[in-house]
Design a protein around this ligand. Structure first.
Ligand code: ASP
Ligand code: MG
Length: 413
């Protein structure tokens, strides 16, 4: 039996009772003869609680001390899970990121893993132990404790699975897999049996939430077989793998939506070489994350530039623009809040023309106005008024044959 890496998220280890349940699940795999490396997140929302405590002291905590603080969350859960296994009669050992040999870049708050020296993990496995590793943390070459960015435990798990050449990496979470749409919005949504890395990456970046985008990137790069499944049931999850469901011929695999989108229009920017570079570098310097960008020229001298950002970043973006109005030389800034980005994602789009046209038709039929559009090889996104989100997502889900009854026919279930 091969080695399996399992990752349990915060909700899955949110209480002592749940930790005991996770221990039982680990034991069932152990009994099947598998070697198990477990990665855990901090209990429940405890990372948020730690962030909050720091904020009560200062709005600008030292990044080093922040990492020192936040990494304690995972140390609580690894120790408790290890104890739970001990009391059930199984040998287990908890390891911090650094004990597990995880080296990261020398950046605080969002370090990337550079390498893993798995010698310690291998030797513990050799002793028949379940190895429990703290997610989301590592050590820089300078010997400083680092974190991988919020939600980073998924990435710890995938990196460990790659370095240990694991059979698969199972991500246990509070949903039972990857769905064709958010089931809270679309009752007819269904769980996908499998999805390709690229589709999953689009969905993760579109805020689908189940997986940290960097973990999907790493899984694709190192060909790690990923499974997303529930820690509360025995149900099969969704496989994320290279060639997913080529046979079904589906064009669209899922409909995602991201609420809380804001749109900003910079009116009357001088239309010169380097205009876009100056504008977006200024925003980037102030940590404003920009998404869809549209430039429209209405005469030779000036141009209007619209872009979207998260509603949370709106104030920062507007303040930044106001502070740089003189140097950037634009006339004024307009903005609009209360928008949603709805997206259709599917590898099948590459070989099927007219997918975007169909999306526009479906939205028009529901009298939903489209404010902005962006596309990639396997995705089309439209920005629409937020109050029409449900209608848009449901109509698209149904138009692309994803509603449960129809998929049942297509997949012959
Ligand atoms: N505990 C960390 C967080 O809340 C890492 C993780 O959960 O993946 O962001
Ligand atoms: Mg997570």
């Amino acid at each position: 039996m091969g080695l399996i890496v399992q990752k349990y998220g915060g909700t899955s280890v949110g209480t002592i009772e749940r930790i005991l349940r996770v221990a039982d699940r680990i034991i069932s795999y152990k009994e099947e003869g598998h070697d198990i490396v477990v990665v855990v997140s901090a209990m429940g929302k405890s990372t948020d609680v730690l962030v909050d405590m720091a904020k009560q002291i200062t709005s600008y905590p030292s990044e080093r001390e922040m990492d020192m603080l936040l990494t304690t969350g995972e140390q609580v859960s690894i120790a408790l899970l290890s104890m739970a296994l001990h009391t059930k009669g199984y040998d287990a050992i908890s390891l911090t990121g650094w004990q597990a040999g995880i080296t990261t870049e020398s950046i605080h708050g969002r370090a990337r893993i550079q390498q893993i020296d798995a010698a310690r993990i291998q030797s513990e496995l050799g002793r028949g132990r379940v190895v429990i590793v703290a997610g989301f943390q590592g050590l820089s070459e300078e010997g400083e404790i680092t974190t991988l960015g919020r939600g980073g435990s998924d990435t710890s798990a995938v990196a460990l699975a790659a370095s240990l050449n694991a059979e698969k990496c199972e991500i246990f979470t509070d949903v039972s897999g990857v769905y064709t749409a958010d089931p809270r919005v679309v009752p007819a949504a269904s769980k996908l049996d499998s999805i390709s890395y690229d589709e999953m990456l689009e969905l993760a970046n579109l805020g689908a939430g189940v997986l940290h985008p960097r973990s999907v990137e790493a899984a694709k790069k190192y060909k790690v077989r990923l499974v997303v499944r529930s820690s509360f049931t025995a149900e099969d999850g969704t496989y994320v793998e290279e060639v997913a469901n080529m046979e079904t011929g589906r064009v669209v695999s899922g409909v995602a939506h991201d609420e809380d989108v804001a749109k900003i229009t910079v009116v009357g920017m001088p239309a010169k070489v380097g205009t876009l570079s100056r504008l977006f570098n200024t925003l980037a310097d102030h940590q404003v994350n920009v998404d869809i960008i549209i430039q429209s020229s209405y005469d030779a001298a000036v141009t209007n530039i619209s872009f979207t950002c998260a509603s949370d970043d709106l104030k920062k973006a507007l303040d930044t623009l106001e502070a740089h109005q003189q140097t950037l030389g634009f006339e004024k800034v307009d903005h609009e809040e209360g928008l949603t980005k709805v997206s259709i994602v599917g590898s099948g789009m590459i070989n099927n023309p007219g997918v975007a046209a169909e999306m526009f038709r479906v939205l028009a039929e529901q009298e939903i106005s489209i404010k902005m559009v962006s596309t990639s090889d396997i995705k089309v996104s439209c920005v629409i008024p937020a109050h029409l989100t449900e209608l848009a997502v449901r109509s698209l889900h149904s138009a692309y044959g994803l509603d449960v009854a129809e998929t049942a026919v297509v997949h012959g279930l």
